[in-house]
Each structure stands twice: as C-alpha cells, then as structure tokens.
Design a protein around this ligand. Structure first.
Ligand SMILES: Nc1nc2c(ncn2[C@@H]2O[C@H](COP(=O)(O)OP(=O)(O)OP(=O)(O)O)[C@@H](O)[C@H]2O)c(=O)[nH]1
Ligand SMILES: [Mg+2]
Length: 465
C-alpha cells in the first residue's frame, strides 16, 4: 500500500492536523483551548473504559449445577434460590403456578377415583353421587393439560406418555405427566395467556377455578371418607404427608391438605405452594440471575444455575455442563429407600441415587469441582419411619440400629461420604446436608452456606487461572 509522505514526518495525520500557516493569535488560542478540551474528554473516556474493565473483572459469575434422579427436588431447590435471592421476581410469578397446582390437585383426586372399585357398597351412602359429580374433573384435567401444552404457543410445555404408573389406565390422560422444556420461556408464554384471557381469574372455559370451587365440598368429602381411605390403604397407594403437602403414589402430587384454600375463587398460590408444585423438567435449562440488593447481598454477582431433567433418559444431557462449573448440588431423596423409579419399576430409588452419586464422584471432568450432597426429603423419611416402615427391611446393612430419622440420616451420610472418599479422583471435602427443600426456613440457612462455599471456591479457581 502506498504511504503518504508529507515533510519529514511519517505520520499521515500530521499534515491534516497541522495548524494553518496564516493562523492569527486569537485563532491559535481558540485552537489550543479546543485541543485541551478534546484531550480532557478523551482522558475521561479512557478512564471510564478502564473502570469498566476492572468492574468486569471483579464481577463474579458463579456456576452451579443441580443433579439427581427425577423427583429428587432439583427444580424445588432452584425455586428456593429464586425465592431467596430474587424475591421480587419470585413473588410476581406466583400467579403463573396456579394452573400447575390445580392440575396437581385434580390429578390426585382422579387417582383416588380410579382406585375405587365400581361397587357402591363403600364408604358413606352419599359416595356414589359424590363420585359421579367429581367425574367432570377428568374434563377439567384434560383442558388444563391442553392449556399447559398445545395452547401455549409453540408447545413450550409438553405432555408426553411417561413412566407414570396408573391404577387402571382407562383414562386417556392417565399416563401423562406435564413437563417443561428448557428455559424460562414457558413463564412468559403462560403470562401472555393469562393476560389474554382478560378475566380476573385468567382461566379458560370451562374455568378450572369455578369448577373446583363448585366441587370443593365433594372433594373434601371424598378425601375424608373412611371407606375411601381404607381402599387407598389396601391398594397400597401410600400417603406421604409433608407439611401442607400430601403425596399420593410416587408420581402424583397433590394439595389435598389444602383443598379449601386451593379451590377458593380468589386463589393465588403462596410461595410455599410454588415450592410444592410438581412440574417435571425435560432437557437442561440455565437460570441466570443477579442477587437482588434486597436479598441482603451485594448486587452484581451473576449466578448461573443449571437445572436438568433427572429421569434416566435425561442423564446423557448432563455431560456438556460438567465443564466450567464451580460446584454441584447433588440431591439424593433418601425417603425413596422403599420406592422404585417411575421410569423403570425394576430399580430401587435409593440404589439409583447411590449409583448416580458414585458416577458423579468418580467423573474425571469433575475432579476439582466441589460436590454438595443434599440427602433430601428428610421430612418424608421421618414420617415413613414414624409410621412403622422399617429401614432395615430394605437396607439390610442398617441392621438393628434405632429406626429413627437421626440415626438413619447419619447412616446415609456416612455411606455417601465413604463412596465420595473412595471414588473421587482427588481428595475433596465432604459437604453433606440432610434437607427438606420444600421447607423454607431450614433450606434458607443451608443455601446460605452453599452460596458462601461456592463463592469461595469460585475465587480460589479464579486465582488459579
Ligand atoms: N415433602 C417433600 N417434598 C419434596 C421435597 N423436595 C421436593 N419435593 C417435592 O417433590 C416433587 C419433585 O420435586 P422436583 O423439584 O420437581 O424434582 P426434580 O428433581 O426437579 O425432578 P425432574 O424435573 O423430574 O428431574 C415436587 O412436588 C416437590 O415439591 C422435600 O424435601 N420434601
Ligand atoms: Mg425438575
């Protein structure tokens, strides 16, 4: 490329910038003033670029991965993070969960209806009529699923024939569980849908809210009927009572302990309801947020929490996220010692968790990643043991230790710790907590410890780089 040579200078701009030869003293003073001003502005810009760079370096992006089998409590843990660290957004989104919670409740009622024998010689004399009136809930369930699936633009939510056992499978939707696709887009889509309905309740016809309200007495009568309870007991539809939550069977979540509240016309989910709602995850989603100043932490810390689908077919999607992660929270729902996986009824839930834990501990890609173990669903474990289920019957090595929560959780903790010690490629510290992630008070303290540990680990890693 030809160069422009003017005078003795190699600088092509000198020629352009050189003052005119006939410059008057006034013009010169004005030029110098302008040059001084330009220099000041340029220095200001340089300074702000420098500051921005320092800020960017200081800004922490911490990555946390949630792992564990399906229904272990990963998404619930993520919601706890959201509740604690982005409380405003979490509160605002509560209304979007109403349809999911209504569906959870209706599912449980339908499971009970399906479990009842057709003979009318059962429970109170009014039961046959009650059952007949409740049949309409099948249609409501159908329309709620449709709304949560096809009607939401682009099938952001989807219903799929999954692994969910049914009592008699004679209903077209009985083996389907609604799940969410990755990302938070479903919330936006649902918000738009609720808005577009235009009515105060945000329902679609037939309004699930009004049907549930009309049937609330019947629902309560069904749920409290002694004959019905006896059938559920005989058919081994185990009732797992959590605080305010009652779980029927492995895959059916319900709000049967809150019928009056959930079926009211003005029902808006509470924060606890959102934590207890069941919406299966399929795929992997990264949730980004900055801690709100109101959450008591400095803003500017960006968190990226990855929530994965835990069912067996989903495990292969975890791998790409092993790179560049600061810490992993692994959830093992220890209440599942006497349960099987919904997707493979030949596999014991606890055994599956142990195998997954072993695989994570021994993974070379994760050799320097901190592992935090949540022995989850301790509330259900407690109730199970108190109701007389003997742990040693399912876990022989538990032997004749006392059949209580404290002994059982200590036992599990030491077993998981031993696996971690044996299989980790490099020695690592063991962080093991007994959790009930639906419980906000205890979980808040645990998540604060995890947060501090993750930030410490992140800083340590940054210094090593
Ligand atoms: N009682 C009780 N219920 C819990 C606990 N943790 C989670 N749950 C409930 O168990 C159900 C499953 O929890 P999720 O957080 O959806 O499970 P997940 O691991 O995300 O499951 P996938 O998305 O299928 O992988 C939800 O209804 C939760 O409210 C707990 O500690 N105690
Ligand atoms: Mg999930």
């Amino acid at each position: 490329m030809p160069s422009i040579r003017v005078g003795n200078s190699d600088d092509p701009f000198e020629h352009i910038m050189r003052p005119p030869p006939d410059e008057t003293p006034e013009q010169k003073a004005e030029r110098l003033r302008r040059e001084e001003e330009a220099k000041r502005i340029s220095q200001q810009i340089d300074e702000s670029i420098k500051m921005e760079r320092i800020e960017r370096k200081k800004k922490r992006v911490v990555r946390l991965l949630l792992l564990g089998q399906s229904e272990s409590g990963k998404s619930t843990t993520l919601r706890q993070f959201q509740r604690l660290y982005t409380p405003t957004a979490f509160r605002q989104e509560r209304v979007l969960w109403r349809s999911v919670i209504q569906l959870n409740l209706i599912r449980s009622i339908r499971t009970i209806l399906d479990a009842l024998p057709s003979s009318s010689a059962l429970g109170s004399p009014a039961l046959p009529e009650i059952r007949e009136r409740l049949e309409v809930l099948r249609d409501v369930e159908h329309s709620l699923i449709r709304m949560l699936t096809m009607n939401i633009y682009g099938c952001i939510l989807a219903a799929k024939a999954v692994d969910c056992p049914t009592t008699n499978g004679n209903w077209p939707w009985s083996d389907q569980e609604v799940y969410i696709r990755p990302g938070t887009a479903w919330k936006g889509a649902l918000a738009k849908l609720v808005q577009s309905m235009g009515d105060a309740d945000g329902d679609i016809p037939p309004s699930p809210t009004s049907v549930l309200y009309r049937l609330r007495e019947d629902i309560m009568a069904l749920w409290t009927d002694r004959g019905v309870r006896e059938v559920l007991r005989r058919r081994k539809l185990r009732l797992e009572e959590g605080p305010g939550l009652l779980t029927l069977y492995a895959c059916v979540r319900s709000f049967l302990n809150d019928i009056e509240r959930v079926t009211s016309l003005k029902y808006t989910p509470t924060e606890d309801d959102v934590l207890k709602a069941r919406l299966k995850t399929v795929g992997v989603s990264e949730y980004k947020f900055e801690m709100e100043a109101s959450a008591g932490k400095e803003s500017g810390t960006e968190w990226r929490i990855v929530d994965v689908g835990g069912s067996r077919s989903q495990v292969t999607t975890w791998m790409p996220f092993f790179d560049d992660v600061d810490a992993i929270i692994f959830l093992a729902p220890i209440s599942g010692f006497d349960q099987v996986l919904t997707e493979d009824r030949s596999v014991n839930r606890l055994e599956d968790s142990v195998l997954l834990w072993k695989a994570i501990c021994s993974n070379k890609l994760l050799a320097n990643v901190e592992l935090v173990l949540f022995l989850n669903k301790c509330d259900i474990l407690d109730q199970k043991l108190k109701s007389g289920v003997r742990l040693a019957k399912y876990v022989r090595s538990f032997g004749d230790r006392p059949n209580d929560l404290e002994t059982a959780s200590k036992y599990f903790r030491s077993k998981f710790n031993a696996i971690q010690r044996e299989y980790s490629p490099n020695p690592r510290k063991f962080y093991g907590f007994c959790t009930s992630v639906t419980d906000t008070t205890t979980t808040a303290g645990i998540l604060a410890s995890v947060r501090d540990m993750v930030i410490r680990q992140h800083l340590k890693q940054s210094k090593l780089l």
